[in-house]
Ligand binder design. Structure first.
Ligand code: SAH
Ligand code: SF4
Ligand code: F3S
Length: 480
């Protein structure tokens, strides 16, 4: 997996979680998370459920009574990382045989009870919709059994659970607004591991965002596999098509643009971000809402996967190259200062050299600030695995990926150079990695800016004049 990394967007893979509360004598849980932001957000829900059940969290594996790994299945390599990690737990378990080990998330859902046979070390297997059952599953293990719950739900959104903000810097936090995915892209395992798409009750989303703001947070990111297809129609449950709603449901309904507006209205001092949007669902209404509010960050992650319409059809992406380009034109027309990033897959089944070149030419057309770029990795039971040949050689996949990565590097560098000379409002998120005398934060466009601290602190909005750039980071000085 190749990614262009930024100082703040740096992968948090495998990061552990800790709470400040520490009840004497309580059992301790250690949680490690892999995969997408949804997994990190889910780990915060899991921590909340287990703390209510009397657990404390720890970031020290050795002192844990319960070790949980929140796993990802998106590519083979992601699963391999988790398997290696589980093996490395053996050492800790030898020293402390009563230590329970549990697997959460997408790999748990994909492998179900097979996990217990394959990885003898594991005691608990829990899918993404079954986290409320964790206290009960822990009890089963206490009674000497192995415990599995991988039931997927059509309603579960964990709307009433207030996540424990584990990884947060106290400035920005994630809020899940949808779960699951109905898109069935042929390469993708997510519809199988996360189940059907459902939208969370908007009241609970707004309450969570207001509560975060009142507690000093300055930025929320609305999360889902496909946030722009958010649709609430008055009840919990499977997402429906707007046209099929009754008059009553239509009156109560809320789409993504409307939800976004409500969140933006909480306070001009609360930045709002969202991830991920799907090109087929990004509407003009939403783009106009984005443009209307300064605190909705001018940054869209809009994965395109391939620049060729035939490949897009084989991927079942639901749009063509032309449709995608038209959406990009619209974004640039409505918000000329909006930055755009993408996910790209190199070497999908049957992709020819010419079709790959169309991916490069689409990158030239859009000029992404950055991209997440991947070699196609066949996943068990997906449509592609069942019906298509993984026929692009490993060598071609690697070469195509390196061409994509090289082009993206050029684009990122040129775009960053264009930021030099202007003033941007930066929300300070942390000390810079390079020095404690410097702070790091992001612009609305999601670009990382590092500048001398002076009297500024984490959580401040600071106007910064950018005078240089290195890699993915802008360097500047505060102008106020
Ligand atoms: N829901 C998001 C993406 C979630 S997965 C969306 O549709 O935009 C994140 C990215 O992983 C995808 O955008 C895709 O680029 C990549 N990906 C998914 N399945 C893959 C596979 N089998 N091989 C390689 N990359 C894959
Ligand atoms: Fe996977 Fe496609 Fe759903 Fe994204 S939209 S999670 S790529 S099926
Ligand atoms: Fe991975 Fe599951 Fe997210 S497969 S990318 S953790 S939805």
């Amino acid at each position: 997996m190749e990614e262009i990394k930024k100082e703040i967007d740096e992968s948090k893979q495998g990061q552990t979680t800790m709470l400040d509360s520490n009840t004497e004598g309580a059992r301790k849980v250690y949680i490690e998370s892999y995969g997408c932001q949804m997994n990190f957000s889910d780990s915060e829900i899991v921590a909340s459920i287990l703390t209510k059940d009397g657990f404390n969290t720890t970031k020290n594996l050795e002192e844990a009574d319960l070790v949980l790994v929140n796993t990802c299945s998106i590519r083979e390599k992601a699963e391999q990382t988790v398997r290696n990690r589980l093996k490395s737990f053996q050492h800790a378990k030898k020293k402390k045989p009563e230590m329970m080990i549990g697997v959460l998330g997408c790999m748990a859902e994909r492998l179900k009870s097979k996990f217990l046979e394959e990885e003898k070390l594991v005691d608990i297997v829990v899918g993404p919709d079954a986290y409320r059952d964790l206290p009960n599953l822990v009890q089963q293990v206490d009674e000497g059994k192995k415990a599995v719950n991988v039931i997927l739900s059509k309603e579960e959104t964990y709307a009433d659970i207030s996540p424990v903000r584990l990884l947060s810097n106290g400035v920005s936090a994630f809020i899940s607004i949808t779960r699951g995915c109905d898109n069935m892209c042929t390469f993708c395992v997510v519809p199988f591991t996360r189940g059907r798409e459902r939208s969370r009750n908007p009241e609970s989303i707004l309450e969570e965002a207001k509560d975060l703001f009142n507690r000093g947070y300055k930025e929320v990111t609305l999360l889902g596999q496909n946030v722009d297809s958010y649709l609430w129609y008055g009840k919990e449950g499977l997402k429906k098509n707007f046209d099929t709603l009754s008059d009553e449901e239509k009156a109560e309904s809320m789409n993504f643009a409307q939800l976004m507006e409500q969140v933006a209205l909480i306070s001009p001092l609360l930045r709002v971000r969202f991830s991920t949007s799907h090109p087929k669902d990004i509407t003009d209404e939403f783009l106009h809402t984005m443009a209307k509010y300064d605190n909705i960050c001018k940054y869209i992650h809009l994965p395109f996967q391939s620049g060729n319409s035939r490949v897009l059809e084989v991927m079942n992406r639901g749009y063509t190259r032309e449709w995608y380009m038209e959406r990009i034109d619209k974004i640039k027309e409505i918000m000329p200062d909006c930055s755009i990033s993408a996910d790209i897959i190199a070497g999908f089944c049957s992709e020819t050299e010419e079709e790959h070149k169309e991916t490069l030419s689409l990158m030239d057309y859009v000029r992404y600030d950055f991209s997440y770029m991947f070699k196609y990795s066949e996943r068990p039971n997906t449509q592609a695995q069942r019906k298509l040949d993984d026929d692009v050689s490993e060598e071609d996949k690697s070469r195509r990926l390196s061409e994509i990565v090289a082009l993206q590097r050029d684009h990122s560098f040129e775009i960053n150079k264009n930021y030099v000379g202007s003033v941007y409002e930066v929300l300070v998120e942390k000390n810079s990695k390079r020095s404690d005398d410097e702070l790091a934060g992001r612009t609305s466009q999601n670009t990382v800016v590092v500048f001398p601290r002076k009297d500024y602190k984490v959580g401040d909005y600071v106007k910064v004049h950018v005078h240089d750039c290195t890699g993915g980071t802008l360097l500047g000085t505060a102008v106020e």
